[in-house]
Design a protein around this ligand. Structure first.
Ligand code: DQA
Length: 146
């Protein structure tokens, strides 16, 4: 099953970006981890990252039209983008919101997500393993439906 893993702003800088918060895993490592996990789980995983909101909206529209599951780390957009939320509301497959850090242990403004109330589920604070856990849920859910 095709699955999109979409990453928002600054996540391309994983590895060098605030490693005490986000860890040492680079973005390239994250892509490889998601692709490897996808192969193990029988999912056709495509991982993308953008710093441009319009590009993210286009990918969400594509996912809505294709009906595919989305694992989304919307990064900072999580906390203020009604446009990203409105695009997520159009999704027809499951939406798993992932954050590498525990946003509830950080600044107050990170505790609010525009996405959580429309997401199927939310994984925060488990590092990049949050992505693999989200992919596992999608694979298990899909096989339960089949
Ligand atoms: C993040 C948390 C956000 O608050 C932050 O803006 C990010 C990354 C995370 O993965 O922990 O860029 O989504």
């Amino acid at each position: 099953m095709r699955t999109l893993v979409l990453n928002g702003p600054n996540l391309g800088r994983l590895g060098s970006r605030e490693p005490s918060i986000y860890g040492a895993t680079t973005y390239a490592d994250l892509v490889a981890l998601c692709e490897r996990t996808g192969r193990e789980l029988g999912l056709d995983v495509e991982v993308r990252q953008t710093d441009h909101e319009g590009e993210m909206l286009g990918w969400l529209h594509e996912a809505a039209d294709a009906g595919v599951p989305v694992v989304l780390n919307a990064a900072a957009w999580t906390h203020y983008s009604v446009a990203v939320r409105d695009a997520c509301s159009q999704l027809t497959g499951p939406l798993l919101e992932v954050h590498i850090s525990n946003v509830h242990k950080r600044e107050d403004f990170r505790s609010h997500s525009y996405l959580s109330e429309i997401a199927t589920g939310v994984i925060v604070g488990l590092g990049v393993r949050g992505y693999t856990l989200a992919l596992r849920w999608i694979a298990e859910e899909h096989s339960a439906e089949a």
